[in-house]
Design a protein around this ligand. Structure first.
Ligand SMILES: Cc1cc2nc3c(=O)[nH]c(=O)nc-3n(C[C@H](O)[C@H](O)[C@H](O)COP(=O)(O)O)c2cc1C
Length: 369
């Protein structure tokens, strides 16, 4: 019996297996609105048999976009465009769908990666960025504005409004993006947060804004639907945010009703030194799970079915997320099921494709109504 292919419950939401499609920015929206690209991209990923699909980092306000082409959920037009995509996806897939709500803070206003990804200053058509303090990510970037009370309030309200839109879109779960050096991580890390008020300084103060956002989103989204959080468990920089602080943060999130913690790392500082390699973030997930017992998603350079099976069967994490491996092979869960002797959901239109001798990969279809 494969653990990777056993179900897992996030409250009342039951995932058919432990394979999570990690959020992946597509930089293919127009004024924050999803396009046909999203229909194609999410459409094919939703046929993959994974247990959960997390839609890419979705900006809660225009200034929170990494690039001008990011997906957003701040307007009626954004909601309508995403509704069209989701209606099509749901017609052909029962896969649970989550959305990652995000604000890029000082890492906003950049070109899309395939145009170099560099910072766009206001003078070149970009926009004024905001952060915990007025420290840029890179010394060459223009400085962000340190958010004042009104700015913090505006952003909390933007998260709330987006959470309500996510519910109206019948999304099954929300993931709050507090990782990868974006706004909420900028509040957590002592490297980017140099505030003197009660949002900076002590660990308790640095946790305050991300926890307020969590509380507001948790409150705005129906209580039976899960809200999880993605963190960078360490900055990989001496004197920065690290795993013991992450554990303290996760304990607070857990007390407030977080459904899961998604453990990534890095991307707050150009000075990071990351020991890249297979499973390199799994020990971070393992430590957090051991310390808190919260449902944990491991992610990062997991590519093989046996590798993922070992992570969940030894209890290092409860779920495993895949980003690049899923883009490279969008049928990864099918192939993993074949290797591990398990079964996945697949659309009936494709049932005849099972290779000879592997006739049991697809779960049988429910009887016709
Ligand atoms: C194309 C691409 C887009 C990404 N966009 C996001 C994103 O929107 N939100 C996020 O938290 N991480 C994002 N990531 C990071 C992935 O979710 C994942 O954490 C990382 O790629 C490591 O996992 P992997 O080794 O399975 O690719 C992105 C990664 C890729 C390759």
């Amino acid at each position: 019996m494969s653990t990777l292919f056993s179900p897992l419950s996030l409250g009342p939401l039951t995932l058919p297996n432990r394979i999570v499609i990690a959020p992946m920015c597509q930089y293919s929206a127009r004024d924050g609105s999803a396009t046909d690209w999203h229909l194609i991209h999410l459409g094919h990923l939703a046929l993959s048999g994974a247990g959960l699909l997390i839609i890419e980092a979705t900006a809660v306000e225009p200034e929170g976009r990494i690039s001008p082409d990011d997906l957003g959920l701040w307007s009626d037009a954004n909601e309508t465009a995403l509704a069209r995509v989701l209606t099509a996806v749901r017609t052909y897939s029962n896969m649970p769908l989550a959305i990652q709500l995000a604000h890029a803070g000082r890492k906003a206003s950049t070109r899309v990666p395939w145009q170099g990804g560099d910072h766009i200053p206001v003078s070149a058509g970009g926009w004024q960025t905001v952060s915990a303090s007025d420290l840029p990510f890179d010394p060459d970037d223009s400085a962000p504005l340190a958010l004042d009370e009104a700015g913090l309030h505006r952003i909390r309200e933007a998260f709330v409004a987006a959470a309500r839109r996510a519910d109206r879109l019948s999304l099954d779960a929300i993931e709050i993006h507090a990782a990868h050096g974006y706004l909420l991580h900028q509040f957590l890390s002592p490297l980017s947060n140099r505030r003197q008020d009660n949002y900076g300084g002590s660990l308790e103060n640095r946790l305050r804004f991300p926890l307020e956002v969590f509380d507001d989103v948790r409150h705005a989204f129906p209580s039976h639907k899960p809200v999880g959080v993605r963190i960078s468990a360490t900055d990989w920089v001496e004197g920065g945010w690290e795993v013991e602080q992450s554990i303290a943060f996760v304990r607070e999130l857990q007390r407030r009703g977080a459904a899961y913690i998604h453990v990534s790392s890095g991307a707050l500082s150009p000075k990071q030194k990351i020991p890249l390699g297979p499973n390199y973030q799994v020990p971070l997930a393992e430590k957090i799970k051991a310390a808190t017992g919260l449902t944990t998603i491991a992610v990062g350079l997991v590519t093989e079915p046996e590798q993922a099976e070992a992570i969940v069967s030894t209890g290092q994490a409860d779920l495993v997320a895949f980003a690049r491996a899923m883009l490279y092979d969008p049928r990864w869960p099918w192939h993993a099921a074949a290797r591990l002797g398990a079964q996945v959901d697949a659309p009936p239109q494709y049932h005849r494709c099972q290779p000879h001798g592997l006739k049991e990969i697809f779960k049988p279809l429910p009887p016709p109504r």
